[in-house]
Design a protein around this ligand. Structure first.
Ligand SMILES: Cc1cc2nc3c(=O)[nH]c(=O)nc-3n(C[C@H](O)[C@H](O)[C@H](O)COP(=O)(O)O)c2cc1C
Length: 189
């Protein structure tokens, strides 16, 4: 049994939809369990993070980088930076923004650097970018063409029931399943 924790922030609910999709992907891999932890609640759950086989980070992109609440979580981990409790755990990330680009690659890069600071092993998305068919990316995973992690875009006028779209939620589930599969493989070795 491998244990994956998703630790995320969502100011208005859209990134939470992605977090739930990642968790569904993890649990679709037989023998994997997933725990969702919002950064607001993390203080009570550090032990679960330390025991996890993999940690998947999620944050909305605010002003071209991870939201301040997620950054606060990152900085709180400085308390155990020297002890390295996350050494050799798998890490991955997802983000969501209002614009198609929205500078959100920067958020995933921030997460990857953060993971490296904790001596974790970064897992990319492993999906080819969606290909435009007649100008549309409908029905395809990785419609935003990321390699570093799962990206989503939620139109500002749409509530979390409608955004991010199914394509992005399926991309998130793919990432969750990939991390779960790799975590189990590493646990066997
Ligand atoms: C303070 C703030 C800054 C934002 N900055 C960006 C940005 O840099 N790029 C972008 O595309 N969207 C930006 N947005 C839009 C959010 O990324 C978008 O609404 C997202 O769906 C919010 O996710 P959440 O509902 O999980 O908080 C910003 C929103 C807020 C509130």
């Amino acid at each position: 049994m491998s244990k994956v924790v998703v630790v995320y922030h969502s100011g208005y609910g859209h990134t939470r939809v992605m977090a739930e999709a990642v968790a569904q992907g993890v649990e679709r891999h037989l023998g994997s369990a997933c725990r969702l932890i919002a950064v607001e609640d993390v203080a009570a759950h550090w032990d679960e993070l330390h025991r996890a086989d993999a940690i998947i980070f999620g944050a909305p992109t605010y002003m071209g980088s991870a939201s301040a609440a997620f950054k606060q979580f990152m900085e709180a981990t400085a308390a155990f930076y020297l002890a390295k409790p996350w050494r050799d755990k798998l890490a991955a990330g997802f983000t969501n923004s209002g614009s198609l680009c929205g500078d959100k690659l920067n958020t995933l890069l921030q997460m990857a650097v953060f993971a490296a600071q904790h001596s974790m092993i970064w897992v990319g998305l492993d999906l080819l970018p969606a290909r435009s068919t007649g100008g549309s990316f409908e029905g395809q995973m990785n419609r935003l063409g990321s390699s570093m992690g799962a990206m989503a875009q939620s139109s500002l006028e749409q509530p979390p029931q409608f955004a991010p779209p199914l394509e992005d939620r399926c991309t998130a589930a793919h990432l969750g399943e990939r991390v779960a599969r790799l975590a189990q493989r590493m646990a066997r070795d």
